[in-house]
Design a binder for this molecule. Structure first.
Ligand SMILES: NC(=O)c1ccc[n+]([C@@H]2O[C@H](COP(=O)([O-])OP(=O)(O)OC[C@H]3O[C@@H](n4cnc5c(N)ncnc54)[C@H](OP(=O)(O)O)[C@@H]3O)[C@@H](O)[C@H]2O)c1
Length: 346
């Protein structure tokens, strides 16, 4: 098979390094270039010893390739993505720059004027399970945020089927790698170990993409969402607990209703290689290093409230694995190629 040349921008971040790990053994692509400002000229394996089988030096600029994955911070990514598209290179952007459809909303949440508002409509929101066909024919895919992957997949079935009231609570916990590799006081060992903290109570930037995508599933649904992220002392992983009141008469408030709810989820995700509806509440460790999102839906029979627990690895299904899943479709490969690894345990 002729391999398609691909590149990674910002391999010096956690997401970029995770992309390199996944692409290293991918049978359909050849990783030809990796960039990262702070380590230009160094061998990739000298900066990240676990990536030493990849014989590449870190460059300042990406080489021309069939597809490039950009793992830059937002704002920096938009500018690079524009130049790649102008050269006819397909792009998976892992930053937030092309996720929102509305340029004003982007400006409100990200505090700068979007450099290419015309591309926001064209970019496909890369939650593969919901937009598979559009991803396959796109030249620009906006990979979703890590929290949104867990929350949207957890809530998509009841929203699509019109089972819940729009008043939703999403309570999410993330490992520290979600904050990136750049040094910051909040990520110091002595600040994060033996500690759990809530943050962004005034509104987290991932909230608008969750609302946008739930509306796509059910255009008459206007979600009112309280989303509270938490930082917990682990390296990888996101666990989201989602709550919403079930609409009366839609699902029996009984053991039978719980079983029907699970069947509804199983039907919704039938055939999905990376979304599994499980029989017991999932734990983040069950997804470490894998591209799986595990989902457990149930009903709190005392209150008639839907509870959905979902979990994933923020660097895989929440970022690099999701991006490779999208890349596979954009390049005409089987969706699961290079993503077959099981989770690491214990
Ligand atoms: N971490 C996650 O779980 C996660 C999940 C989903 C999506 N994402 C998104 O993926 C992207 C990368 O995330 P990450 O966690 O890998 O970030 P990260 O580890 O914090 O990467 C930060 C690195 O980006 C480079 N950088 C910073 N500002 C730059 C600029 N203006 N121009 C060029 N390079 C710049 C710097 O490396 P150099 O100095 O070497 O250039 C910096 O060390 C972000 O957009 C993030 O929102 C992250």
């Amino acid at each position: 098979m002729n391999k398609i040349k691909v590149g990674i921008i910002n391999v010096t971040g956690y997401v970029g390094a995770e992309l390199a790990r996944l692409l290293c053994r991918h049978l359909g692509v050849e990783l030809i270039s990796v960039t990262g400002r702070s380590e230009v000229g160094k061998k990739l394996g000298d900066v990240f010893p676990h990536l030493s089988p990849i014989d590449l030096s870190i460059e300042a600029e990406p080489e021309d390739a069939g597809l490039v994955l950009s793992a830059l911070p937002h704002k920096a990514s938009a500018e690079v993505v524009l130049s790649l598209l102008e050269k006819g290179i397909k792009v998976v952007d892992l930053s937030a720059d092309f996720r929102l459809k509305d340029a004003e909303e982007y400006q409100q949440w990200y505090k700068f004027i979007h450099p290419a508002p015309g591309l926001l409509r064209e970019a496909v929101y890369g939650l593969t399970e919901l937009h598979r066909h559009q991803v396959a024919s796109s030249r620009l895919v906006a990979n979703p945020g890590c929290y949104p992957v867990s929350a949207i997949l957890a809530l998509a079935p009841p929203v699509k089927e019109g089972l819940i009231y729009p008043d939703i609570i999403i309570d999410s916990k993330s490992g520290v790698s979600g904050a990136g590799r750049a040094l910051s006081l909040n990520a110091h060992y002595s600040e994060t170990s033996d500690n759990v903290s809530a943050y962004a109570l005034e509104g987290h930037r991932h909230l608008p993409e969750v609302i946008q995508e739930l509306k796509v599933l059910h255009p008459n649904f206007s979600p009112s969402i309280t989303f509270v992220p938490h930082l917990v002392p682990m390296t990888r992983g996101i666990l989201s607990s989602c709550y919403a009141k079930l609409l009366e008469g839609k699902m029996a408030n009984s053991e039978r209703g719980k079983a029907e709810l699970k069947e509804l989820y199983r039907g919704f995700y039938k055939g999905e290689p990376f979304v599994k509806v499980v029989d017991t509440p999932p734990q983040t460790k069950q997804t470490w290093g894998s591209n799986l999102c595990l989902i457990y839906p149930t009903i709190d029979l005392r209150t008639g409230r839907l509870i959905v627990i979902s979990c994933l690895d923020n660097l895989v299904k929440g970022a690099a694995g999701q991006a490779v899943q999208n890349m596979n479709l954009m390049l005409g490969f089987p969706e699961t190629m290079g993503l077959e690894a099981l989770a690491i345990y214990p």
